[in-house]
Design a protein around this ligand. Structure first.
Ligand code: ACM
Ligand code: ZN
Length: 777
């Protein structure tokens, strides 16, 4: 190489021509070296770099030359007492993975370093309790940690590398987590997960160096823990009758719980049980109605939402029951923490209950909300005697009597984290903004989770940040009925959560993480994880085109996605029409009149990604005419803004689809100016009902029309034939017909109920009106 190049001779003044020749030769040589590097080194290096695309990424990584391939003759050695169990556990796994015998022995001084994996407990100040150092050379592997957890996490790194291929890249890693609480909430109440499915989730957590399974075991829709002294919990509270008459449910026996807890412990996952109180308890009250304020009867709820049935705070039997349940819980779960829930407690029953009122007066508490604080404090005090600390959702931090040792799990907003820290409490952050994995990708996609920071802004880089134990992803299961749906909601978003909680927020740039995720998909496929999409896999864009038609484009949300679609409602497959990758220049789908629908599905890596989506379109005379609104819509339900009601695209069966326009406690009162007089004979108005979310159809729709502004006559009324009690979630189109008429101005008034009716759980609160598309024909 460069050594052979003639050096300029000192002391000799170079002749210009000679210098030029030297420079040209030098240039040619450098160019040659670069070409040689490009040809030879880049392709050889790619797989090595790819092998270190671990999720979460290690804290420090140095790549060395060569690799180590575990093969016959490999021994696993351990040094330091608690290293033995980690060494044996990994050797057992590796023997199964490679198919050859792997002896496990205690390390002896002066042993041959070749062809071994050494598990070593050390005292190194740079390693946190869960951190590890991993040194892979061409000879063998050495793992050092201060505790068993660190040794275990090193083995999970090795597993990820082995899932890339048998040769492990020589490297030196120092890896230590940013947060000690790296959790996932699994909701077993709304949908039940078999013990095998729970173990599968624990495996997935461990592989990504997460360490808490927050097991949501009780709620309005089912109680999942068998307790011998309260047999009606398993017999009755664990089962609900679905609206179609079928029975749904299940529970865990003590034996199953013990097995799951032990399985998790071997993988350094702590199982934290959540027993909800005083709200979210209708299932327990269906089994033991005497513990409710009214005495029942109650059913295990078969709908989603927040029940108003809560444990009676004035009845001593409530506390005997809960204390007996919690004795069972602390017997089964070694976790230092018990989660008591404490979220979303409607106090209407307490306010109307003489026993609760008597209790409140006796305790001199200002209101029923303070009674909740007292309730949870009483339970926390009794758990303290069993050497357990409590966790509660952020509502519990609003009361005056929060236990000083209580941990606050933030869900509504990070402002509550700030408040809890200011009052000296420890915090786990799982805000709806970033950590709700039951939410759709339109609100929380992979990048959004990657941007999560569990430390509230005010405390970043400050001492108080130490009160933030970490964070958790919450998989509420109302809309996660089975394992395929669970995989789809957890992945790939859990990768970003693992990255943020282990490596730390902002430790990595998004593009690098994103490349790592693409690589990590191969590993997830090996694990049989049916991961979902990174972001909304397909969007519909529509625009009012020339001549009043509608131009629709399908936009893939990811560059490697293909979209297949059909007109109509049949499910598309890979023989249907296709839009792929970059859609710039693709011709739009054009409709010129009538009602239409398009059904589309994205495919990635040979399988469907995200759900099959149907969108409906309605063409009409007022397309593209922005209405004048007497009362503005209510944020955040803007439906897309000023033109949303006449853009031709219709709201779907999901009221958060971004297409519906919401009005809180008010009528819709919209006036359209068609610009010129047009002969029409009907106005169609779409509205939504889902009373669990306080959304009611309008009482009726009135239509006024005319050719002179300010002089419109009432020409049609469409009444609502549907009962406001109807619990389903559905769209209804109101048709206001009239004899054909020439009009320029049309005013549409959809009358809101104003407030939720007296019989409704939110009686007296404003009612929502959700409107989409005012179509004039
Ligand atoms: C919650 O989502 N209600 C904690
Ligand atoms: Zn009561």
């Amino acid at each position: 190489g460069l050594d052979a190049y003639p050096q300029p001779r000192k002391g000799i003044i170079m002749d210009f021509r000679y210098f030029r020749r030297e420079a040209v030769l030098m240039g040619l040589l450098i160019a040659g070296v670069i070409v040689w590097q490009v040809i030879n080194r880049s392709p050889a290096q790619t797989p090595v770099q790819a092998s270190l695309m671990l999720v979460p990424a290690p804290t420090q990584a140095v790549l060395l030359k060569g690799e180590f391939t575990p093969g016959p003759g490999l021994r696993v050695l351990w040094s330091g007492e608690s290293a033995e169990s980690e060494a044996r556990f990994f050797a057992g796994w590796l023997a199964g993975y490679t198919g050859f015998e792997i002896p496990v022995e205690e390390a002896q001084p002066g042993q041959e370093p070749a062809n071994r994996i050494l598990f070593r407990l050390v005292r190194e100040v740079e390693l946190s309790p869960e951190g590890y150092r991993l040194d892979i050379s061409t000879e063998g592997i050495e793992i050092s940690a201060v505790g068993a957890a660190g040794l275990f996490y090193a083995t999970q790194t090795l597993r990820q590398m082995l899932d890339d291929g048998p040769g492990l890249p020589a490297c030196s890693l120092l890896d230590t987590p940013a947060f000690s609480w790296r959790g996932l909430l699994l909701d077993a109440s709304r949908h039940f997960w078999t013990p095998d499915q729970v173990r599968r989730v624990i495996d997935q957590l461990a592989y990504h160096k997460m360490n808490v399974l927050h097991w949501h075991l009780t709620d309005d829709q089912g109680w999942r823990l068998a307790v011998e002294l309260q047999p009606r919990l398993a017999q009755h509270a664990a089962w609900r009758t679905e609206p179609d008459g079928s029975r749904y449910g299940g529970f865990y026996t003590a034996e199953q719980v013990r097995e799951i807890v032990a399985y998790a412990a071997q993988r350094h996952v702590t199982v934290v049980p959540e027993i909800e109180m005083p709200g979210h308890s209708q299932a327990a009250l269906a089994a033991y109605p005497e513990l409710s304020c009214t005495g029942g009867p109650h059913e295990v709820w078969n709908d989603w939402g927040v029940s108003k049935e809560i444990f009676c705070a004035g009845n001593e039997a409530t506390f005997l029951f809960l204390q007996s349940v919690l004795v069972k819980v602390t017997g089964l779960f070694p976790s230092a923490y018990v989660h008591l829930g404490g979220d979303e407690v409607p106090v209407a029953r307490w306010e109307a209950c003489p026993r609760c009122e008597e209790r409140r007066l006796e305790l001199e508490l200002p209101d029923a909300h303070a009674l909740q604080s007292w309730f949870l404090r009483r339970i926390a005090d009794s758990l303290a005697l069993q050497n357990r600390q409590v966790i509660g959702w952020d509502e519990t931090a609003e009361g005056p009597l929060l236990h000083p040792q209580a941990i606050v799990q933030v869900w509504r907003d990070m402002d509550f984290a700030e408040a809890a820290i200011r009052s000296g409490h420890r915090v786990i952050a799982s805000p709806t903004s970033h950590a709700y994995f039951d939410y759709g990708l339109e609100s929380i996609d992979l990048k959004k989770v990657f941007e999560f920071n569990p430390v509230p802004e005010a405390f970043r880089g400050r001492r108080e940040a130490a009160l933030v134990l970490g964070g958790a992803a919450n998989a509420w299961s109302e809309h996660i009925p089975d394992q395929a749906a669970l995989d789809d909601r957890l992945f790939p978003r859990l990768l970003a959560m693992a990255e943020v909680l282990w490596h730390g927020p902002g430790a990595m740039a998004w593009p690098d993480f994103h490349v790592g995720v693409q690589h990590h998909y191969n590993r997830l496929e090996k694990l049989g994880i049916a991961f979902g999409a990174e972001t909304v896999p397909l969007r519909f864009e529509s625009a009012v085109g020339a001549g009043g038609g509608l131009d629709i484009r399908l936009i893939p949300g990811m560059p490697d996605a293909d979209i297949f679609y059909v007109e109509g409602r049949t499910v598309p497959d890979s023989t249907d029409r296709k839009v792929s990758g970059d859609t710039a220049g693709s011709t739009p789908i054009r409709f010129s009149r009538g009602d239409h629908s398009i059904t589309a599905r994205a495919y990635r890596r040979g399988r469907p990604s995200g759900e099959t989506i149907t969108r409906e379109f309605r063409l009409h005379a007022a397309l593209g005419v922005a209405p004048k609104l007497a009362v503005p819509w209510t944020a955040p339900y803007d439906g897309g803004g000023a033109g949303a009601l006449t853009d031709g695209r219709l709201g779907t069966d999901q009221f958060r689809d971004g297409i519906w326009q919401g009005y809180f406690g008010a009528d819709l009162d919209a006036t359209l100016d068609l610009g010129v007089a047009v002969t029409v004979d009907s106005v169609l108005l779409g509205a939504f009902q889902y009373i669990n979310s306080w959304i009611f159809l309008p009482r009726r729709v009135r239509v006024y029309a005319g050719t002179i502004q300010g002089n419109l006559e009432l020409i049609s009324i469409a009444d609502n034939p549907v009962s406001p009690h109807e619990r389903n979630r559905f769209v209804r189109t109101f048709v206001a017909a009239f004899p054909a008429k020439e009009v320029r101005y049309i005013r549409v008034v959809a009358e809101s109920l104003g407030t939720c009716p007296a019989w409704h759980e939110a009686a007296g609160n404003p009612a929502w009106l959700f409107i989409d598309e005012i179509a004039v024909r």
